[in-house]
Design a protein around this ligand. Structure first.
Ligand code: XMP
Length: 230
């Protein structure tokens, strides 16, 4: 890896560099390596999940990260335990090579750990079944700065909440939005309302040509136009 290619440690530094975060929820181990090969040179961030950990195990995940050392790996752990345990889990994930961890925001600032060299991102609003999240939305957005989180996850089908979070947080924090593609939100529409990154799972990994799908969605996200999103 050359100096130019060297991984940036922080997700905030990837704002504007890349807009699409493929979600790798694959249930066959070999598909992880095949998909990363397809996306080589294009993708800057990928999101892995419990599905990943249960499919390739911690050592498999460590190897996947080592084999793709120019990519920022984000673990969608949706942690919601007490601070001490959240910190242990996040610390173990950091040791494996994970750069960022998603955890629930509703557990409160007291349960958000500090882990060296790791971005913590708080889930603020779900795409579905989110009434209880949304009742606590302002609280979660407020604690982002207090706990030194890197940003938040807000469903791409909640444009008003995305815009609200952006207005409160300013540009120094990231907003990640799932729900793009398979769940019906058009690529670029979360970004048009203020998100930095769109999380895309099935629309990429179930495509017959994931590389082309990534390029097309990244291009649409880059040309985000609010008029197409009404
Ligand atoms: P698809 O295949 O629907 O995958 O593009 C979405 C990915 O995003 C993760 N995720 C969420 N998905 N609402 C969602 O629909 C949410 O609030 C949410 N938060 C995270 C999901 O786990 C999958 O990896």
């Amino acid at each position: 890896m050359t100096a130019e290619e060297e991984m940036t440690d922080r997700i905030v530094d990837l704002k504007g560099v890349s807009r699409v975060i493929p979600a790798l929820d694959l249930t066959k181990p070999e598909r992880y390596w095949a998909l990363m090969r397809e996306l080589r040179g294009l993708v800057k961030i990928v999101k892995v999940s419990w599905v990943t950990l249960l499919t390739i195990g911690p050592e498999g995940l460590r190897k996947l990260i080592l084999d793709n050392s120019d990519v920022y790996f984000l673990m969608d752990a949706k942690l919601a335990d007490v601070n001490f345990i959240n910190g242990l889990i996040a610390g173990r994930l950091r040791e494996i090579g994970i750069r960022g961890v998603i955890m629930h925001g509703f557990v409160g600032s007291v349960n958000v750990p500090r882990v060296e060299d790791l971005d913590l991102i708080l889930l603020a609003s779900m795409t579905s079944g989110g009434e209880l999240y949304d009742a606590n939305f302002d609280y979660v957005i407020k604690i982002v700065k207090d706990v030194n989180a890197a940003g938040v996850v807000i469903g791409g089908n909640k444009p008003n909440l995305i815009a609200r979070a952006r207005a409160i947080l300013g540009s120094g924090y990231v907003i990640l939005s799932p729900g793009i593609g398979a769940q019906g939100v058009k690529p670029g529409c979360a970004i048009a309302h203020g998100a930095d990154f769109e999380i895309v799972g099935r629309a990429i990994y179930e495509s017959s040509n994931p590389r082309e799908a990534f390029i097309r969605i990244e291009d649409e996200a880059r040309r985000a136009d609010i008029n197409r999103c009404k």
